[in-house]
Design a protein around this ligand. Structure first.
Ligand code: NAI
Ligand SMILES: O=C(O)C1=N[C@H](C(=O)O)C[C@H](O)C1
Length: 251
């Protein structure tokens, strides 16, 4: 059986270098390109890449994924910065190239995906919900893509259950003290040397607290999800947002 031809964009970064090692170690995959910031994207087509793993920067990701889609290269995207507007434009680009697939995964960690799944299940039972994400100080964006998605999932579940806005008597506060407001769910971001990627989802009601916590202790923790995405995206045309779609979570 021929190997799937894979490229990594952002190959010299924290995640990209780990992805290069993971692809090289996988028997069914062949690393055909490892691109840094100054390398031309045309290398992808010249080397016949079938799938590109995109791990760069929110300012670079849209152009990189657009190039992949226009050239029929499937993409597995871990980079953050995907607003609804950006997703809409990508859906339109994909509609013109049937057969090409893009996976955007806010988090490749299986435990992080499960955290969001469990948060969706828990949300309707609690009056209060807040998200705290904790990351290394080299991270460019705040709050994290995962925390934003987690808050959106909680907000969706609260709306579906007809819950009112959360109780909060705050009438004066220093700017930022109550975190970012993501659809009514406060999200707090910590940046601390020594951390990798961590998240706590706090649910509260009269007399009880439920905390769901996930810790990525190293970037190897994301690699099974990256490899799953690479193997599955080639058979999944169009846009998939979230690795949960490639996991049999209810089975
Ligand atoms: N979905 C997930 O599970 C995860 C996602 N991430 C996200 O992945 C992204 C990268 O994170 P890190 O590896 O920590 O960042 P990093 O800063 O260590 O690496 C990014 C690399 O991309 C390169 N780069 C920037 N623009 C480029 C371009 N146009 N073409 C090629 N290379 C380019 C940079 O020079 C750098 O080497 C961030 O958005 C981060 O939030 C990070 C960890 C897990
Ligand atoms: O920048 C990181 O490190 C991470 N970014 C992603 C995010 O913003 O959610 C995933 C994970 O939290 C690590």
């Amino acid at each position: 059986m021929s190997k799937l031809r894979v490229a990594v964009i952002g190959a010299r970064g924290r995640m990209g270098s780990e992805a290069v090692r993971a692809v090289e170690a996988a028997e069914d995959l062949e690393l055909v390109a490892a691109l840094g910031r100054d390398d031309p994207l045309e290398t992808l087509t010249e080397r016949g890449a079938q799938v590109a793993v995109e791990l760069t920067h929110p300012d670079s990701v849209v152009a990189n994924v657009g190039f992949c889609v226009r050239n029929g290269v499937h993409a597995v995207v871990g980079t953050t910065g995907w607003t609804e507007e950006r997703l809409g434009a990508l859906r339109e680009e994909l509609a013109a190239v049937p057969g090409t697939g893009v996976l955007i995964a806010p988090n490749f960690g299986i435990g992080a995906v499960l955290t969001m799944h469990f948060a969706r299940q828990a949300a309707r039972f609690f009056e209060s919900a807040e998200v705290v994400e904790l990351h290394h100080p080299g991270k460019a964006d705040a709050p994290s893509g995962t925390a934003t998605r987690t808050a959106q999932v909680i907000a969706e579940a609260r709306r579906a259950a007809g819950l009112p806005p959360q109780p909060d008597a705050t009438t004066s506060a220093l700017e930022g003290a109550r975190g970012a407001d993501v659809e009514g769910v406060p999200v707090h971001a910590v940046r601390l040397r020594g951390l990798v990627a961590h998240q706590e989802v706090l649910f509260g009601d009269e007399g009880e607290i439920l905390t769901i916590r996930h810790d990525s202790m190293n970037r190897g923790s994301f690699m099974p999800g990256v490899l799953l995405g690479v193997r599955r995206v080639v058979g999944t045309p169009g846009l998939t947002v979230g690795l949960e779609h490639f996991l049999d979570l209810d089975g």
